[in-house]
Design a protein. Structure first.
Length: 653
């Protein structure tokens, strides 16, 4: 989006003196010193941090191996165990009886586990898997709802060196089957079902359906967590109850040391077409960045209550639910339900009841909650909050200000984090004790991250001009490869024309202060009459209008202009029709012309009660592109929270 949206957006929000004094990275000078250290000695910087923040079974002597770039290796001759770094670390440092997880179920029942109790659960389940002859290098598919048991399953795999691939508990049987086949899984860990919004939703039937599609013969066992108690089909030769096999095992299980580069997990990127694209992450480098970003970006303190609302089916739920908070010794919230059940005050009540201090959620969730009740947070005591976070896409300034003022009371810095499945953790983000915040900007690269904006030949562009976001130097938590396809990895992320830089796939610009603004995916840049327009920029302009709760912009072919702007808009009020819809559409077109320029005016505006979203809140823009082009929807829509909205938006033309 533009760095110069309107005069009201030029205000910055400096950190308080108290925040600066107490932050992990305290003040601009401390940030500059870390950046300078990384620039002066890139490898030495990362080696120092890896020695300080990770517990090694065998210390490394080599920091970075770039001999087969871009197949980089970090700390390659070292050995460690990720689960040990998350659990034993906290048994040994005085945190054994500290609450690790507060789990709140859909029906608001709360379960707590300490680090000691979590360690015991993980060890029992790891012993059960070991008895079933699962070991280092095997691959497991995990298909579970948000729960303590999902964390236990992931940690138990890490403890044994079993590589896990978590599939979001809303993906279709076909998506499961593709991932089982591609990763060569021999184990599935799933649940009978899950609760969402007061309803029991089956999960295991999707596993059985995936098996019926064929290609899953390598699976030896399906371990099932009994969550809902629903009747499920049962194959006695293959299916086992999680609690039955774990409860008879010892609560001690020695962690298996693995090489630093041993794959911790493979996560398939959503929305990929054709062959699934498995993003492969390492053990040591990934965990190091998870810990550092918990401490740097979130400024995690021993007394904090941290809540990341992401599902473990996404990378955010890996880094900032299963691994980062535990390895950093934090107490966290895990939530099973949805933000609007039993009413739109659910998030705020949870923050009040659990005295959450750090809250991390997505802009789509924020905008939906504004629409559901923008004044609702005022009915709750949110005074425990000290840091707010945003993840998934750039947050538009209007939603940013509501989040800052209404949720944070004007006192909580917002860390608007830019990163990707492929980066493993935050890459560009404001820092609580450093940054004067600009609504809508992710601002500055974290120390050690060489982010830049270049043209199509890989040359730097000057501040104030847009271009392609790249990372110039390797970093420890980066994607190692696409599972089983090194060549696709090279072509996708390190194209020759960009001088060997990592291609993020996002467009961005830097304002005259040097702060980063993400303008949207490169493939979401529209070319209207020869003018390049970022869809994110138009979306942000629309949402600035007082009538608009949410907007998504896509392009469609146009005989005159090459591409035309098509906007899907959710209003704060009721969905309009007829003459009223035409009147509001004209008002919004004029508004966009004023905010950006007449070239950006949407040629078509469709109004809906909502936008097509996954259960994690991600807007499925590829479906909107099909609607805009008048195409039939042939893609898999099983991941959508609200598939019926597609018909509404189709008819809204």
């Amino acid at each position: 989006m533009s760095a110069n949206e309107s005069p009201q957006d030029n205000r910055t929000y400096p950190p308080s003196k108290e925040m600066v004094a107490n932050a992990t990275i305290s003040g601009t000078a401390a940030y500059d010193a870390l950046v300078a250290e990384a620039e002066r000695d890139h490898e030495g910087f990362w080696a120092r941090l890896a020695k300080e923040h990770l517990i090694w079974t065998k210390p490394f002597t080599k920091t970075l191996d770039a001999s087969k770039a871009p197949l980089f290796k970090w700390f390659d001759d070292g050995m460690l165990n990720v689960s040990y770094n998350c659990l034993e670390r906290n048994l040994e440092n005085g945190n054994a009886d500290k609450v690790a997880i507060h789990f709140e179920s859909d029906d608001a029942k709360v379960t707590k586990v300490t680090f000691r109790e979590l360690h015991a659960k993980v060890c029992r389940f790891a012993n059960a898997l070991k008895k079933l002859d699962y070991q280092k290098g095997d691959r497991a598919i995990i298909y579970m709802p948000m729960s303590i048991e999902a964390v236990v399953a992931m940690q138990a795999c890490a403890r044994l060196g079993v590589i896990h691939s978590v599939v979001f508990g809303g993906f279709s049987a076909k998506s499961l089957q593709e991932r089982i086949v591609d990763v060569g899984a021999t184990l599935v860990i799933c649940a009978d079902g899950q609760y969402r919004g007061g309803k029991a939703i089956p999960l295991k039937p999707a596993i059985d359906e995936a098996f019926a599609m064929g290609g899953c013969d390598a699976i030896r066992q399906v371990v099932v967590y009994k969550r809902t108690g629903a009747d499920v089909a049962w194959d006695a030769r293959r299916d086992l109850w999680m609690h039955e096999i774990a409860e008879v095992e010892s609560d001690q299980c020695e962690a298996v040391p693995v090489e630093a580069e041993h794959p911790l997990f493979i996560l398939y990127t959503s929305g990929s077409t054709g062959k699934p694209k498995g993003v492969q992450h390492s053990s040591a480098g990934y965990l190091l960045w998870a810990i550092l970003t918990m401490k740097w970006t979130f400024d995690l303190k021993p007394t904090d209550i941290f809540w990341c609302t992401a599902d473990v089916g996404w990378v955010t739920g890996h880094t900032y639910v299963t691994y980062g908070p535990l390895a950093a010794g934090g107490t966290e919230i895990i939530f099973e339900g949805v933000p609007t059940y039993p009413d739109a005050g659910r998030f705020w009540k949870m923050i009040q009841d659990h005295k959450v201090t750090i809250f991390y959620t997505a802009p789509t969730a924020i905008r939906s909650l504004i629409k559901a009740g923008g004044d609702l947070p005022k009915n709750y005591d949110l005074s425990s909050l000290r840091i707010l976070g945003s993840v998934g896409e750039p947050i538009n300034p209007e939603a940013w200000r509501w989040y800052f003022e209404t949720v944070g009371g004007g006192k909580c810095p917002i860390v608007d984090t830019w990163w990707q499945t492929e980066t493993g953790g935050h890459m560009i983000s404001p820092l609580p004790g450093v940054t004067s915040l600009k609504p809508g900007s992710c601002q500055s690269p974290l120390p050690g991250i060489a982010a830049a904006i270049v043209d199509e030949a890989g040359h730097d562009v000057e501040n104030g001009k847009g271009g392609i976001l790249v990372i110039k130097k390797p970093w420890p938590s980066m994607i190692r490869t696409i599972w089983g396809d090194d060549e696709r990895f090279r072509k996708s992320y390190f194209p020759e024309e960009l001088r060997g830089y990592y291609l993020a796939g996002d467009g961005a610009n830097r304002d005259l202060d040097g702060d980063f603004w993400i303008t949207g995916r490169i493939d979401d840049v529209l070319n209207v009459s020869g003018h390049r327009l970022g869809t994110m920029e138009i979306e942000s302009a629309l949402v600035l209008n007082k009538l608009v709760a949410e907007a998504a912009v896509v392009g469609r072919p146009d005989a005159t202009t090459g591409e035309a702007v098509c906007a899907f808009v959710v209003l704060k009020g009721a969905r309009p029709s007829g003459a009223e819809a035409e009147k509001i559409a004209k008002e919004l077109r004029d508004w966009v012309a004023k905010e950006i320029g007449s070239i950006a005016k949407p040629k078509e505006i469709r109004f809906g009660d909502n936008l097509p979203k996954t259960r994690s809140g991600k807007i499925m823009r590829r479906l909107l592109r099909s609607l805009a082009k008048g195409e039939e929807i042939t893609q898999d829509v099983s991941t959508l929270e609200n598939p019926a909205i597609l018909e509404q938006l189709k008819e809204a033309k």
